[in-house]
Write a protein that binds this ligand. Structure first.
Ligand SMILES: NC(=O)C1=CN([C@@H]2O[C@H](COP(=O)(O)OP(=O)(O)OC[C@H]3O[C@@H](n4cnc5c(N)ncnc54)[C@H](OP(=O)(O)O)[C@@H]3O)[C@@H](O)[C@H]2O)C=CC1
Ligand SMILES: N[C@@H](CCC(=O)OP(=O)(O)O)C(=O)O
Length: 453
């Protein structure tokens, strides 16, 4: 079991690299069979998993003072029958997705002839083919379902994964990884396709594994992502905080706005895709803000307003920092004069996660969607839709707030790269140079949409 001790993070990474070499060429039925085995093993291991989770919860609930965990963290940590059933479903839904590997992303016939100018024979063909990244290291919060979602996506995309979960979930994560490893071994896959590193103090060692780890995904606070970016030579795909905004245009359907804003704030306030700031156009502020305040107030949301908002409402605390990700039933509200001012505010204070406009004016909506620079830009929809499952990706590694190489909810595509495959008949580059050079054909196949080769 790769639950790495201080001296063995390198050994874990080496074993993961080795496992990734076995996984990459595995055909889809074998990867899917392993995923089904994982799902069945999780179903069968309920008692063991709940016992491990009870230990985590006992420790978590005994914390006091500064260490006391928020109700949101405790609810993330808790594994119950419903959550386990959802985890099993997520593994199966990942198995049911189309194969992300071996897809032809581009195909170019470089020359339709062979050396010796034999026309119409096999020629020289270039193919751009989707392949796994190799070894992923994912550092994430204390969430049991992240263990299974990330492992399932990694396996389906032919990657080995090293998981570093939050400290509060270590016992549950260890039990889950043990169950998953045993399941894949029974299918003839290497156990080290899924491994575990425990303890924040091991993170630096993990970050030193360039050459073995191909991509590191820090999923958590901005501080975590910045720390990882500053301390590794491994490519980083940051999944950081969500300071998400909703801009309420002057041309809005108020009932729609109340419904969308309360979903975005109340459905799951601790999620990174919950709304943190609502900006309201000045022309409707006087009429709309009291309705919004009453609607959210009845639902227990604490409001923080700019000067104009507090004046109109005659209540509310000031906004201390527009960058705040409350993660709870609290919201910043500001009044803006125009779409331009709303976009400026979002670019200044947002985290490029998910931004939404509520308007009945399609031209204004289109400007917002075009001009706002974020991983997700929505029209008349809740920011809570920024999620791999809701996007149809089966599950998600998390929501990338980086621009490279994947953005927004990361599913299978975000865990692949590509390679160029060239098939020739003894072709040599020298034949295409000089006075009597052969001409390239450079004819693109029509099927560039990612056909299975
Ligand atoms: N974009 C996305 O997909 C997601 C973003 N988030 C964001 O994460 C934040 C809340 O999550 P939270 O659990 O508090 O996140 P943290 O950043 O506190 O912890 C997440 C993980 O990072 C580790 N960690 C944190 N800081 C360091 C460090 N300096 N060095 C090494 N390891 C570190 C933790 O280890 P340990 O526990 O062992 O200390 C844990 O495994 C919110 O901002 C939320 O929006 C959350 C989920 C998804
Ligand atoms: N994407 C998921 C939430 C992901 C997330 O934010 O995770 P966490 O902060 O651990 O609750 C959802 O929309 O419910």
């Amino acid at each position: 079991m790769s639950e790495a001790s201080e001296s063995s993070v390198r050994a874990t990474a080496e074993a993961a690299k080795q496992a990734s070499r076995t996984l990459a060429p595995l055909d889809e039925p074998r990867r899917n069979a392993a995923l089904e085995a994982m799902a069945q093993a999780l179903e069968a291991a309920g008692a063991e998993l709940f016992a491990a989770n009870a230990e985590d919860l006992k420790i978590a609930e005994s914390m006091s003072g500064d260490e006391k965990l928020s109700p949101a963290t405790l609810s993330r940590l808790k594994l119950n029958e419903t959550k386990l059933r959802e985890m099993v479903e997520q593994v199966r839904s990942v198995a049911a997705l189309p194969d992300p590997l071996g897809r032809t992303l581009d195909a170019i016939e470089l020359d339709d002839r062979n050396p010796g100018d034999v026309a119409g024979t096999q020629g020289l063909h270039l193919q751009k083919l989707s392949v796994p990244l190799g070894v992923l290291a994912v550092i994430f919060e204390a969430r049991p379902d992240a263990v299974t979602q990330i492992s399932a996506l990694a396996l389906k995309s032919g990657n080995a994964v090293i998981l570093k979960p939050g400290r509060e979930v270590e016992r549950t994560a260890s039990a889950l990884v043990r169950v998953l490893r045993e399941a894949i071994v029974r299918q003839g896959l290497p156990a080290d396709a899924i491994s575990l590193v425990l303890g924040r103090e091991r993170v630096n060692e993990l970050l030193g594994m360039h050459g073995l780890v191909d991509m590191v995904i820090p999923r958590g606070s901005k501080a975590l992502v910045e720390y990882v970016q500053a301390n590794t030579r491994i490519p980083v795909l940051g999944h950081a905080e969500g300071v998400c905004h909703i801009y309420v245009d002057r041309c809005v359907d108020e009932a729609l706005a109340l419904r969308v804003i309360s979903d975005a704030k109340i459905d799951y306030p601790a999620a990174c895709n919950a709304v943190e700031t609502v900006l309201v156009h000045r022309d409707i502020a006087k009429d709309f803000l009291p309705k919004l305040a009453a609607h959210l107030g009845q639902r227990g949301v604490a409001l923080h307003g700019d000067e104009a908002t507090r004046k109109l409402l005659g209540a509310g605390a000031p906004v201390e920092d527009w960058h705040t990700e409350y993660g709870e039933l609290a919201l910043s509200i500001g009044v803006v004069d125009s779409l331009e001012q709303a976009i400026d505010h979002i670019h200044t204070h947002g985290s490029s996660h998910t931004e939404s406009i509520l308007t009945e004016d399609d031209a204004t909506a289109e400007r917002f969607l075009r001009e706002v620079d974020a991983a997700g830009v929505f029209h008349n929809a809740s920011t809570r839709f920024a999620d791999g499952f809701r996007y149809g990706f089966g599950a998600e590694v998390g929501i990338s707030t980086s621009k490279f190489h994947a953005r927004g909810p990361v599913g299978l595509d975000g865990l692949t790269t590509y390679k160029y495959v060239l098939r020739g008949q003894g072709h040599v580059a020298g034949d295409y140079r000089g006075a009597n050079a052969r001409a390239f054909t450079h004819r693109r196949a029509n099927d560039q949409g990612g056909q299975k080769s």
